[in-house]
Design a protein around this ligand. Structure first.
Ligand code: ATP
Ligand code: MN
Ligand code: MN
Length: 299
């Protein structure tokens, strides 16, 4: 009798209702994690991630064939993501408007993963008030090969300087090389004031400690220093979101940390997408991370 070729089993439909195809496709070739594992990671950490990721214009890093193949940033909707991924029109510099992507639930995150997304980066404002930033980020970018201890020290110093200005801040490990110091803000001021504050803060720091910090992007000037990247705070700029996976070897993730906990951490990528359970456990002690009702003082 004829033996019919076996049909592949249909991809399982996760509880969240987004079908993930090609679950076995290897996305992280160095460590072997698959698209299915990436989707499971996002489904698991969605409750931790969505308070930061939801209702915020996002840029996606998509790598449909895996992290080692062609990857691209996508900020505008192509209409191909399905109904779990939403659009918000945002005014462009030329006066026109473009539709930007946002999500507001686990289905939205998974619909992006289904389309090959590895990383989620967010604007510094929410869709309800895109012209009013709700967080400032100082992205510490160390020179190649710098000891992570110096990055941690720099983050603590920035925290102290912000505290002197009356601002509470939080630390996030980028999942790459650096630490992001995050300052939650009650929306009120506009992007001009936001960028101005961030720029002056970074300038003041590099002027006070020129051997440790630079406030310009120039790689040449970075020699053995940390670039305090304040440019994340311009209208339209993005930064990687808490709990986003990174398209880097080993599938590391960006994670919030306590200031005290930071002391004992050896690098900016201690956890990877296989660690969702651990991340859910440790989140209990991170309640309150990233939230503070405060506004920028005069500088
Ligand atoms: P690391 O700790 O390794 O520096 P990072 O996420 O801070 O990790 P950066 O290279 O400092 O990485 O980039 C900072 C941010 O700039 C990114 O998180 C991203 O949001 C944004 N960015 C970088 N490249 C692009 C790009 N091509 N298009 C849009 N945004 C980008
Ligand atoms: Mn960085
Ligand atoms: Mn940077």
């Amino acid at each position: 009798a004829d033996v019919k070729p076996e049909r592949p089993a249909p991809a399982p439909m996760p509880r969240e209702g987004v079908r993930i195809t090609n679950r076995d496709r290897v996305i992280f070739p160095e460590s072997g994690q698959t698209k299915g594992e990436l989707a499971d990671y996002y489904a698991a950490v969605a409750p931790l991630m969505l308070p930061f990721a939801a209702q915020r214009p996002v840029s996606l890093v998509r790598c449909p064939q895996g992290r080692a193949k062609k990857c691209f940033f996508q900020k505008h909707d192509s209409g191909a993501f399905g109904k779990a991924v939403h659009q918000v029109p945002i005014r462009e510099k030329d006066g026109g408007a473009e539709d930007y992507i946002y999500v507001d639930d686990v289905e939205g995150l998974l619909a992006c993963v289904q389309m090959g997304t590895i990383e989620f980066h967010g604007w510094g404002s929410r869709v309800a008030a895109v012209e009013k930033p709700d967080r400032m980020i100082f992205d510490l970018d160390p020179d190649e090969g710098m000891d992570f201890g110096r990055v941690k020290e720099a983050a603590q110093d920035i925290r102290a300087r912000l505290s002197d200005l009356g601002l509470v801040s939080f630390a996030m490990l980028s999942g790459g090389k650096g630490v992001h110091v995050v300052v939650p803000l009650t929306p009120g001021h506009d992007w001009g004031a936001h960028k101005d504050f961030a720029s002056r803060f970074a300038q003041a720091l590099s002027t006070a400690e020129p051997d440790r910090f630079v406030a310009t992007m120039s790689k040449a000037k970075r020699k053995d220093r940390i670039f305090i990247d304040w440019l994340r705070n311009q209208r339209g700029s993005t930064a990687v979101l808490p709990y986003s996976a990174r398209a880097r070897p080993g599938a590391p993730v960006a994670i919030p940390v306590d200031w005290d906990e930071l002391e004992g951490i050896a690098d900016a990528h201690p956890y990877a997408i296989g660690d969702a359970t651990t991340l859910l456990d440790r989140a209990v002690s991170l309640k309150g991370w990233g939230f503070a009702a405060q506004t920028l003082p005069d500088l």
